[in-house]
Design a protein around this ligand. Structure first.
Ligand SMILES: Nc1ncnc2c1ncn2[C@@H]1O[C@H](COP(=O)(O)OP(=O)(O)OP(=O)(O)O)[C@@H](O)[C@H]1O
Length: 367
């Protein structure tokens, strides 16, 4: 039985429909991340699972029970919010204990649960402090402690790290992952940050405009994006998408880059059989599949580099191929090239993607 089942779920605010009939089955112990740009409906979806928003159509089930009409407190879920939602007048121990006290659990049960959670989260020395005297990361841990002690069927996280600075966010991300390994609790996590999604998720659900674009493991969605939206959302810097037209050369399709002098790249085998002569496509080339050492590549294109951004071991090259902007990634340590003066880049076409321009869908036959 799935832990959470979302069936044809719709959300409307008056006449405005913001979630358009989505389907998702979440397995027990699974860590699922809903990711997408601002306004795509991920928080609304999570809040419908939590019971904080009414469901306009379809059903949500938790542990096999339809919960559409069940009050949030009776759904056996615990939610961790971005703004922590701690009680400022209560100390850490009282904040963690709050849900158990409401349930009128016995005092020694509460004390033991709080001690355990504090130990897991490294809060033992802070139990008597008020939230105002804690760092952002510590406050977020208290919020997680409050969720843990309730031992819910499902943890729901709504952008829990977005108020933290970059370093702390990386640290807390690792903590959440370790916590999940330890507790093995089914978790649904909402973020707009694709790096957070990639690092935390067993499965990523990519949402856009109230629809689900693709569901898969982090590597699946990275290696086999179903469409241009997923391709440009997952991966940093994003995949370059270059307009081209398919042209058959000696019976093999090549993508001729639009609006230029006819430069072209070989369409990889997995995409080739779904192309047709004259078809408008987008060639999807990840920055790391563009190679400074063009002479060593079977396929290459002429380009102009406008800007080199050194990142340390790597540099990002911002440039143009026939007026199409692109970003390439180069290793600075091994490259003997003067990166600003690179005029030709190799393309590892075995790692190239091809999308139909009209539908945006990949031309690869996905399993
Ligand atoms: N109470 C409301 N009334 C009307 N429209 C709403 C309401 N709440 C949310 N929306 C709209 O629903 C859509 C989805 O919102 P939601 O908060 O789920 O997006 P999100 O993907 O979580 O974005 P963000 O990352 O910015 O929170 C948005 O277009 C938003 O404007």
């Amino acid at each position: 039985m799935s832990a959470v089942e979302i069936n044809d779920v719709v959300k409307r605010y008056g006449a405005l429909e913001v979630v358009h009939g989505i389907n998702l089955s979440i397995q027990p112990k699974e860590f699922v991340v809903l990711v997408g740009p601002s306004g795509c409906g991920k928080s609304t979806t999570l809040r419908m699972v939590a019971g904080l928003e009414d469901i306009s159509g379809g059903t949500v089930s938790i542990g096999g029970r339809t919960v559409n009409k069940v009050a949030p407190k009776d759904r056996d879920v615990a939610m961790v919010f971005q703004n922590y939602a701690l009680y400022p007048h209560l100390d850490v121990a009282e904040n963690i204990a709050f849900g158990l006290r409401v349930r009128r659990e016995k005092k020694d049960v509460v004390n033991q649960a709080v001690a355990e959670a504090a130990h897991i989260l490294g809060l033992t020395d802070y139990l008597k402090r008020k939230p105002a005297d804690l760092s952002g990361g510590q406050r977020q841990r208290v919020a997680m402690g409050r969720a843990i002690v309730r031992k819910p069927k499902v943890f729901l996280f709504d952008e829990p790290l977005s108020n933290l600075d970059a370093k702390l966010r990386t640290h807390m991300r690792a903590e959440i992952k370790l916590l999940h390994r330890r507790m093995e609790a089914t978790s649904i996590y909402v973020t707009h940050d694709q790096v957070e999604a990639m690092t935390l998720a067993d499965r990523i659900v990519i949402m856009n405009n109230g629809h689900i674009e693709q569901v898969g493991s982090p590597m699946d969605v990275f290696l086999e994006p179903a469409n241009t939206f997923v391709a440009s959302f997952i991966g940093s810097p994003p995949m370059n998408l270059i307009d081209a037209t398919i042209s058959m050369v000696d019976g093999r399709p090549r993508g001729v880059i639009a609006g230029g002098a006819g430069q072209s790249l070989a369409i990889p085998g997995a995409f080739a059989r779904n192309t047709r002569d004259g078809q408008a496509v987008k060639l999807g080339i990840r920055p790391e599949a563009m190679l400074v050492n063009a002479e060593a590549s079977a396929e290459a294109v002429d380009c102009i580099i406008d800007l080199v951004e050194p990142l340390g071991a790597e540099a990002l090259l911002h440039g143009r191929i026939d007026d199409h902007p692109f970003i390439a990634k180069a290793e600075t340590l091994s490259a003997i090239h003067d990166l600003a003066n690179v005029r030709r880049l190799g393309v590892d076409t075995s790692r190239m993607h091809v999308f139909d321009t009209e539908t945006g869908r990949t031309l690869k036959t996905l399993a």
